[in-house]
Design a protein. Structure first.
Length: 246
């Protein structure tokens, strides 16, 4: 209960900061779009850092050398256990990165505003046509140097260290044009919140950025199996990292 109260305090602080910072972001972006984008990214990362601190989460980052260099856009493909996955992962990003998320997030005040400001793409999982429009929007962002974080499982896994099947459609983002895919293995986030809602527990977590997969060097057959290649890579790292956070 103590951590839940601290989480609520953090949410209140971010809400109050948003009252000032969101209009400021809109003004900055009208004057200079690039500076506005960076302002939004740093605000979101600062907010996430506050949540991590309030919840007492001890996070270890591995493979930071595999993050894209300046001006390079990639598809980050991550496993999904908890709402804390994005909170922990986004803190490590050095460049502009959008997030392929479920459309329901748009209805949440404050969250919906900032998701749009950091190039969030909101997906209706029950509308195939709208889903393709989201894929095309992600491709457009990558063409403009903005990376995308996506969760190919499509929903959260309920067992720590185990993956659901990956949807092939997610990886269309990396094929038109061909861009690197960085598998992301997140361990330990389920035990922070999702496994015992509504309570929050101070836990250890690991976020590992695996070596990027150069899609340009793959054959057509290998591209067709890209979803399984990424899944196998993440599962291998979960097998190593999960025991460290249990």
């Amino acid at each position: 209960m103590f951590r839940l109260i601290l989480f609520g305090i953090g949410a209140l602080i971010i809400a109050l900061a948003t009252i000032i910072c969101y209009p400021l972001y809109r003004i900055i972006r009208k004057i200079n779009r690039k500076k506005g984008d960076w302002f939004a990214l740093h605000f979101v990362q600062t907010g996430f850092a506050l949540f991590v601190f309030m919840c007492g989460v001890k996070v270890t980052y591995k493979g930071l050398e595999n993050l894209p260099k300046d001006g390079e856009a990639v598809l980050f493909a991550s496993n999904h256990r908890s709402l804390f996955d994005a909170i922990l992962t986004y803190r490590a990003f050095k460049g502009l990165t959008g997030n392929l998320s479920k459309k329901e997030l748009k209805s949440y005040p404050i969250i919906g505003w900032w998701i749009g400001s950091i190039y969030g793409v909101l997906l209706d999982r029950h509308d195939r046509r709208q889903g393709m429009e989201c894929i095309l929007k992600c491709i457009d962002y990558i063409n403009n140097g903005i990376s995308i974080l996506a969760y190919p499982e499509g929903t959260r896994s309920h067992v720590e260290g185990e993956l659901l099947m990956f949807h092939k459609g997610t990886f269309k983002i990396a094929k038109q044009p061909l861009c690197p895919v960085v598998p992301v293995a997140v361990s330990g986030t389920g035990d922070i919140f999702d496994d015992h809602r509504p309570y929050i527990k101070a836990r250890k977590a690991i976020v590992e950025f695996c070596p990027p997969i150069d899609t340009a060097s793959l054959t057509q057959e290998e591209l067709g199996e890209l979803h399984n290649t990424v899944r196998n890579t993440i599962q291998e790292r979960l097998n190593v990292n999960t025991p460290e956070v249990m």
